[in-house]
Design a binder for this molecule. Sequence first.
Ligand code: ADP
Ligand code: MG
Length: 620
Amino acid sequence: MAKIGINIKGGTLEKPDAVVGIDLGTTNSLIAVVGENGEAKVLGKSNDVIVPSIVHFDESGTAIVGNTAKLALIHNPETTIYSVKRLLGRSYKDIAKHAAFFTYRIIDDNEEQMVRVLVNDKYYTPIELSAIILSELKRKAEDALQAQVSKAVITVPAYFNDNQRQATRDAGKLAGLDVLRIVNEPTAASLAYGFGLDPNHQKTIAVYDLGGGTFDVSVLRIEAGIFEVLSTNGDTSLGGDDVDRGIVDHWLQSLNIDPESLSRNQFSELRLLAEQAKISVSSGNPFSGSFENNNILVALNFDETTLNQIVNPILDKTLVCVKKALLDAGVQASEIDEVVLVGGSTRLPQVSAQLKSIFKASQINNSLDPDEVVALGAAIEADVLAGNRRDILLLDVTPLSLGIETGGGLMDVIIPRNSKIPCSAAREYTTSVDGQVNMSIAIFQGERELVAENRKLVSFELRGIPAMPAGFPKVKIKFLLDADGILRVSAEELRSGVKQEIEVKPQYGLSDDIVESMLIDSLTNAQTDLELRALIEAKTEGRQLIYTAERFISKNSQMLSAAETMESQKLIQALNEKIASGSRDEILAGIDTLNEYTKPFAERLMDIAIGAALKGTTII
Ligand code: ADP
Ligand code: MG
């Protein structure tokens, strides 16, 4: 229950700390909250909701954020920092290719280290600059809510790596925010649309996000509160800015102005006018403006036909990415339940029009404001994490499967990849040899069928199992993965109660890159892995049957005729040969024959032990 305090000085009731959602965008940022009515809403005065992600440092070194800073781009490009998200969590080496894009100074003295920006003799890291934007958003929210804001969910693109996510988290901390979670932008967008909030719904969606300078498309599968990113694609230098540039070029050409003759400030001014023209025309209003060049005021006009000419080649590129994303996700366009439009540039009417070459009109969903949708979803996630919605559980998923080694070096998955965490799962195993008192349990992470190809996390021994015939002990191995991704494994022999427990941290030292390459490996090798697994399983089953049959014959020789013993041994011998060099089918045929032949003996004896031994999975 939320606590309400009383402000001693004013005697007023103090509201509990608000938990907000933040869309920290490359071009624009927004902050949102779930109100008392349970609805998410963006915060700020009506014309001031969208905060350009721009920081301008004035002469005294004071930081100004947002629309005022955007205007400073015209006259003070060196002290006005835009697109800082492109630098977040990156080294100079990472961004060197795009260095020319920035009009402010980026320091390249150490290519491997995180980049820094130089403004008026002061160095800033992208984390600090992002924190300045986040502080402005926090202040805006505190103003609107008249309450302290201390906890937040911040969104990042789905393709952000660990460094970039960590840097975003650090920026939040620096701004005085307790970052509850970093959430993927497409996940937030789908939450805003309400997808994933009903645990019984299953959907496959595509999120098409065309912003100011970046385009990305993600295909998500949503099921039982879990958001699985099936694929992402995009272009980190494609967006509304390209349209603005195209408009400037069009004006210069049609007015016969030599670009070389213009100052940098004039260029910046034209860019801003171009953006206004674009927004005006795409909203169905004609545009007319003016621009001063060589003391002459020239009229600037713009219409829909020209806009579409500029926009279409840009959208063509996005469609190529969409097709690739569908291919990578392994889904057909027709299998997508909803195509959600995100980002200011999806207001261009051509976006929906062009998407209709891939999807049906009924699949395209743009009913929410494309500027707000990510922030709104972040607010919903924040609300869930704050515990205000008991009915929903939004979950992280484990990126790789967790399991143990079983006979023949096979991976037996106990918690599959993409399981929501926290979670637990257990399986029962048994021994393979009579009188086995120790069982070694090795824990692996990965998608391959053979443990040798996966990553070993730890191994331990369950000791002190009372001596019993093979197949009798019932060893329950339980995996518990907590919300922080820490795995606890326990092994218990159920008949005797002998128990052992161990804690492992599976995420430790595994970068996103490694996880990705492990997944790719498992996909490329899936077919051969499966065949190999089937062969090993057949061999293990065959050996187990031979062990059981031999033990049965030696223990119960008085019950069998000499001919029966002979025939059994012949079949055992044949099966042994097949295990040594036969195919899976031959081994399985050998197992069937031996099984068929010896089954009546077992029935004769009603020896349940054999049944048990044949059923249980053995570890070694
Ligand atoms: P980001 O996610 O990169 O921060 P946004 O989603 O805020 O970007 O999108 C910003 C882009 O959207 C800018 O290029 C802006 O000009 C463009 N935009 C905003 N409104 C419109 C509109 N009505 N028509 C066309 N483009 C628009
Ligand atoms: Mg965005």
